[in-house]
Design a protein around this ligand. Sequence first.
Ligand SMILES: Cc1ncc(COP(=O)(O)O)c(C=O)c1O
Length: 396
Amino acid sequence: MQAIAEIADRISTISVSSTLKVSADADRLRRQGVDVVDFGAGEPDFPTPANIKQAAIEAINANFTKYTNAGGTPELRDAICQRHKLDFGTSYSASECMVTVGGKHAIFNLIQALVNPGDEVIIPVPYWVTYKDVVNYAGGTCVFVDTEETRGFEVTAGLIERHITPKTKLVIINSPSNPSGSVLSPEEFKKIFELTSRRGVFLLTDECYCQFVYEGQPFSIASAPGAKETIVVAGSLSKTYAMTGWRIGFALAPAAIIGAMMKLQSHSTSNPTSIAQKAAIEAMLGSQDSVPEMLAEYRRRRDFVVQRLLAIPGVSIAPPKGAFYAYPNISIAYRSGRIRNSLDFAAQLLAEHHVAVVPGEAFGTDEHVRISYATSMHELTRGLDRLHQFIDTLRV
Ligand SMILES: Cc1ncc(COP(=O)(O)O)c(C=O)c1O
């Protein structure tokens, strides 16, 4: 029997995450002794703050090492609601909250709980890779909304309205955005919410990078009056508290949706790790000092990266207003004839100059690559020198 022929059809609706593939390629080179600069990983280079680590150590010593409620401990769910209220002025209660194994898992659960085969899901481009695959896995149809680089990739209510049909079930907004770093103004976000609620469509707001904004204040659309009925929030502790490996995320949504997600989670992962949940309570309710410290450092790096990219003739960039990614347009390199698309660009940059970036094709635009600046100034300097050199060698 050929194992490949036996794989269930629904697995063919998804592909390997390109961001993970880049990391694997870079890792392979590194293991061969190559000096790779890695701009691929979307992961803070900061350690998890000490108070959070200490809470986990105490949890282990107190033998808090057993199963918990599938959707997380009541204590953590309360803490998440409290943090969201303190940060954004929302008013969720524990029955409208669940803890998940990372923010990605919250998105997976939410989409599986909401989307029926044939339902349309509106996704602005460029998008975070996972949305597309998870919608496809649920049998839904992705409806992509193009945005413009010259307008900072900002999505507008007008653009979304043009794509709403009677089949639309959900609109996904990720602000600050991975990969472009674009940030929706609260005014435009409210217009999008008014539109979706008027048209009876759910709005999924992915708040993974919500604390990392360089202009204005962090904002959650879930604080808008009447938002709780049709808004579903996917949150993550991964980036805000440099906790990627701990795998703690959460969802805030109407209790009926949380109930459906919980049912699914109870038959897949069960609860997120008990120890990580204790650490997450400290993240939510303990000192928040590390967050502005990380933001200040990301801002410094953002300014440096933008300035270095703009110094490369022919390269353009919409300056990121949030998150920790730069998304330059490198299509000038395609004129050389040696490179046809962003996949070629990323592959040759890695093979010849040993810099890992993620091809824009993974995010729905083929003229760009994603650079993560969640890495040291030293690495940024080395990598951007090499990138500049690479594009110079391609000039015709
Ligand atoms: C836009 C966005 N949403 C959600 C996530 C999920 O993060 P995690 O599963 O580590 O919480 C990521 C991670 O890269 C992301 O970039």
